[in-house]
Write a new protein. Structure first.
Length: 403
């Protein structure tokens, strides 16, 4: 997996900005999560380690691998995980290598990907999940095996081997992972930044327990499913949290695995893929724009309240404005979205071949490298105020869209 990204000195120098809280926000997306690993490799090489990592589903697994290891081992642990889960299907022949692959060979590559995805469905993924035997319909009703097709004990063993949970709970990098309470339907975040929150392998597995494939995970008498059922990105949670008292600004790298934008489907297979993209993207750009607009309004309200004379600060309208939650700091968001290859289908999130994993990883590496090298980012004033969004790998044809 040798791959290098050149980042100019100006981009590398951004790590010296004082008083900055660096947050990595990782969306869910199964096998596409190798893209996030590539993004982090470029970020770690060109910037510095984050102060906070928040994730959902596969984003929670990547987040645990990052926070649960010392800086010098993080990329190696990510690589070990992704090589493990892609080990049952080796790289395709050089004829199908990404640089030489063209539209003419797309049907052949698509068939190989579908075969790989079918293998995952039938036999599971090494170090991640395996089919239940007997299958769910033959399991005793009311048991966890009766409500899920796969056993995720291999993932538990993998996490306990690759992640230092003592470091997660007592280290200096904050970890937040989202899950959904099965009984109440409420979204829950397990967050080492909160008092009395202790994270272990169960919390990471709960965040990725997507039904009906995986069983809910029991934690303190409650059962949890994949957080992506409610929202596939932790951005809103991150923005709702108060800023670090010693930091003056917040820099968020938001890494999404499904794009809300796409082409009109031409067959039923593409319909399924497009539906999945829309559903799991959580309307990424629209939600991002709404959250950041709310943040701008909340910050403006806070500044306005500070200008009011004392006799008006107890006014009910002023008190209503005071209840608007915001992070109290300037916010920069660098937004990266994985964009599917033309030969990827609706199975792309459970297609774990080595070739696809390498392509996803290298795409993330390149996207982050180009973002940090972009003149719009390099010349940005990091001592400014307000909210700024950078989507620097976005196609020109998409400029100006809010979805």
């Amino acid at each position: 997996m040798e791959h290098t990204v050149q980042v100019p000195d100006e981009a590398q120098a951004t790590h010296v900005v004082p008083g900055e809280e660096c947050v990595l926000v990782l969306q869910g997306g199964g096998a596409l999560g190798a893209y996030q690993a590539g993004v982090f490799e470029a970020l770690a090489a060109a910037y510095r380690e984050p102060t906070w990592v928040a994730g959902i589903s596969i984003g929670a697994i990547n987040a645990a691998l990052i926070v649960g290891n010392p800086p010098e081992l993080r990329v190696a642990r990510l690589r070990e995980f992704w090589e493990l889960v892609s080990s049952s299907v080796p790289s395709h022949s050089q004829a199908f290598a990404a640089p030489a692959f063209g539209h003419a060979l797309s049907p052949a590559r698509e068939a190989l990907n579908e075969a790989s995805a079918t293998q995952a469905l039938l036999f599971g993924v090494p170090g991640f999940f395996k089919p239940r035997f007997p299958p769910a319909p033959l399991q005793p009703p009311g048991t966890l095996p009766a409500i899920s097709y796969y056993d995720t004990e291999p993932l538990k063993a993998t996490l306990e081997r690759l992640v230092d949970f003592d470091r997660i709970n007592h280290g200096h990098v904050r970890l937040s992972v989202g899950a959904v309470n099965v009984r109440t339907g409420n979204f829950t975040y397990f967050d080492t930044g909160k008092p009395h929150h202790h994270i272990d392998a169960r919390h990471i597995m709960a965040s990725g327990a997507l039904p009906p494939g995986f069983a809910p995970v029991e934690i303190d008498g409650q059962f949890y499913w994949d957080g992506g059922l409610v929202s596939n990105t932790p951005l809103q949670y991150v923005l709702d949290q108060p800023g670090h008292p010693e930091r003056q600004r917040r820099l968020i790298f938001q890494v999404d695995l499904f794009s809300a934008r796409g082409e009109m489907p031409v067959n039923l297979g593409e319909v399924t893929e497009r539906e999945k993209d829309i559903r799991f993207s959580s309307r990424t750009r629209l939600n991002t724009s709404m959250e950041l607009d709310r943040e701008v309004i909340a910050q403006a309200a806070a500044r306005l309240l500070g200008k009011l004379p004392p006799e008006l600060r107890d006014d009910p309208d002023a008190q209503a404005l005071a209840r608007l939650r915001h992070c109290q700091h300037a916010v920069d968001v660098v937004h990266l979205i994985y964009r599917s290859k033309h030969y990827e289908t609706q199975s792309k999130d459970y297609e774990f071949s080595r070739q696809s994993m390498l392509e996803h990883w290298h795409t993330g590496l390149d996207d982050m490298g180009r973002s940090l090298s972009d003149s719009r980012w390099v010349s940005h004033r990091h001592d400014g105020t307000g909210v700024h969004v950078f989507d620097l790998t976005r196609k020109r044809s998409e400029e100006g869209s809010s979805t």
